[in-house]
Structure formats: C-alpha cells, structure tokens
Design a protein around this ligand. Structure first.
Ligand SMILES: [Zn+2]
Length: 124
C-alpha cells in the first residue's frame, strides 16, 4: 500500500519526520510514504472513537485517584474491593480482565518512566 487513504483530511506540515498530518485523526505519514495514512482514518472508525473516549475518561479517573493518594484520603481496602469487583463485572460483560490488567501494567510503566525522566530533569 503506497497511497494515502482518501478518508483522511491531510494538511502539509514542514517536519523532518513527516510531510502530511491528518487533521481528523492526528496521524502523520513517514518520510518514505503514507505509512499509517494508507489505512482508513481512525476518526471515522466508531470503535477507535470509543477507545479514545474511554482512554480520556480513564485518564481523568486516574488523576482523581492519584490526587487522593497524594492527599492520603484514599481508602485502599475500598479501592481494591471496587477494582476487583469491576474486573469481575468486566468479565461478565465479555471483556478480558487479563488484557485490561496487562494494558494497565504497561500504562503504569510508561507513567513511571515519565515521572523518573522528569525527576532526573528536575535534579539537573
Ligand atoms: Zn485521519
């Protein structure tokens, strides 16, 4: 596949890493060709939209939880009970608790890496 999918709304941007970015899905091409822009625009994919919405909502909930950890107002036992019950309920809804946990683990590692990176920057 070496052509841009027509579903994207492309805008030229002068960068050494890409030439065109889709205004709808924020996906960029590559110096050698369309890359991911050869695939249909994710902004028109209802499932991709749903995932983006879930990720945004999850980020907000995580912020609240981190704040309550910082302020020492989090009831850890209640938090664990809710988390466990929600994973069981997710299974009933047809989702994989294992996949959710693996994804959460990877997200936590990315966040911890960012925190460590910013702490190193603060020290310098
Ligand atoms: Zn697009």
């Amino acid at each position: 596949m070496n052509e841009y999918h027509p579903s994207h709304d492309l805008e030229y941007r002068d960068s050494s890493h890409y030439d065109y970015v889709c205004k709808k899905c924020d996906t960029a091409d590559t110096p050698s060709g369309p890359g991911k822009l050869a695939e249909p625009c994710s902004a028109e994919d209802p499932e991709a939209k749903r995932v983006a919405k879930i990720n945004a909502a999850s980020g907000k909930i995580l912020e609240d939880i981190l704040e309550s950890i910082e302020n020492i107002t989090l009831d850890e036992d209640q938090f664990l009970a809710e988390t466990y019950a929600r994973l069981v309920a997710a299974k009933f809804l047809g989702y994989s608790p294992t996949a959710l946990v693996e994804d959460a683990e990877a997200a936590a590692q990315r966040l911890l890496a960012l925190v460590e990176e910013s702490e190193v920057t603060d020290e310098n």
